[in-house]
Design a binder for this molecule. Sequence first.
Ligand code: ATP
Ligand code: MG
Ligand code: MG
Length: 550
Amino acid sequence: ENNSPTNFIKNIINEDLKQNKNDGEVITRFPPEPNGYLHIGHAKSICLNFGLAAEYNGRCHLRFDDTNPSKEDMEYIESIKRDVRWLGFDWGEHLYYASDYFEQLYEYAELLIKAGKAYVCDLSPEEIRAYRGTLTEPGKNSPYRDRTVEENLDLFRRMRAGEFPDGSRVLRAKIDMASPNLNMRDPVIYRILRVPHHRTGDQWCIYPMYDFAHPLSDALEKITHSICTLEFEDHRPLYDWFIEQLPVPRKPQQIEFARLNLTYTMMSKRKLLQLVERGIVRGWDDPRMPTIAGLRRRGYTPAAIRDFCERIGVAKSNSTVDIALLEHCLREDLNKRAPRVMAVLRPLKVVLENYPEGQVEELEAVNNPEDPAMGVRKVPFSKVLYIEEDDFMEDPPKKFYRLAPGREVRLRYGYFIKCTGVIKDESGKVVELRCTYDPETKGGSAPDGRKVKATLHWVSAAHAVPAEVRLYDHLFTVEDPGAAEDWESCLNPNSLEVLTSAMVEPSLRDAKPEDRFQFERLGYFCVDPDTTAGRLVFNRTVTLRDTWAK
Ligand code: ATP
Ligand code: MG
Ligand code: MG
């Protein structure tokens, strides 16, 4: 029973349930390799797998697919757990490591050998490749293919015992060197590799290959639906082959869906690692990264990411999603939850000549017009204010309606003010405006009915809190940097702009990392963890202007 939109995977599950396949159970898994941080593409898989489990009253396992010790690290394991939890999902007791199955997988390999379905091969990696053939040419049998069961068992046990050097021998499944599917041409299932494993240490010097470990790990955990991305479609016959050959507690079904690609970013962990290692970004959690940690630091909400994953749905063919859709989902969520505040990014001093020296008024400001329950707050108003530098032009073009000499505008929650003078420094730069305010316009309208064309945000100079504000743009200048021959040449040199003299209203003084706000007229911002007791740092999460074409 469910009410969320259907898709081809749910159709498969519904059909299975009708036939009482798998005793009516639905067990999925999210199987990251701990070789990097999770990105928004992984979020799609997480939402899908945990979402299906919740919808069908089943469960979803978090399994670390840690069979390749050379690239894996504990730091990644911790980050993955944190990110899955932050997205709002809970694996309960069902946390697994493929490395916990090493002994069982080894037993399975011996069973294959005993059944005459696997052999130890002494060809070099280059020879194996050459013997494999091509799409148009059948492969050739390895000269070691007909070793006896006894010889294979002996050699495989000695591989495990560490008698042979790295790379000197492999164990291969004995399937069909003429298969039209290259994956079925006697794939390698074990290799010799003396690399300590982050969990099993130096207990093993042979490691199972992904195509062998993955289906059997699924089967051992009694996964019912093993959902993976499309590039594994032509590995499915091999997945099924291992499951068929071996005595497993369940026969899971592999189902492929299209991976998520997003414009203006890359989704390959290998390339993201290069961004980190080459210092192009500050780390995996740099707010420009498409990683979950980066999105979190940027100010994304888990709800916005889940909504995005729901909207893009699951499909059978690859496509690229416009990043504007992700930003649209974010704005919809932040619009509901982010309190409005006033902040001035590039301050321009304004002195109200007719406002009494030393007087301070507490003006009432609405915290969120979308949600009256969020209440109101007081914002101090006084003789010296800051407004946004670009809200003033000395010599404005026709369409500029904001402040200019002789012109009147409204200050949000405050009064009408009129510019009466401009003060410049030696270089001719405007450094201060002289204005008058109209005490009759408190609250934003004039008793005589005169109108103004603009409402500006502002802060009171004596009360404002200085802050650093970091503005972000796409990390790349092209829609598909991953496809570029040299993606480094597509980096956006202006992806980060740091403003060090911003001024924010005093209610933000005690804001904490991950607090989110709408700075009126400027966008959504969040507090960065670089914030210290003496210095507030904000990240611009997203601008207000929605470019998503519905
Ligand atoms: P990458 O190519 O970035 O290294 P991966 O597929 O090798 O990613 P894994 O750690 O193996 O990374 O991924 C864990 C799960 O997340 C897999 O089931 C994989 O299919 C899924 N996944 C990875 N990238 C995407 C994506 N872009 N869209 C949807 N699912 C993805
Ligand atoms: Mg993978
Ligand atoms: Mg990969």
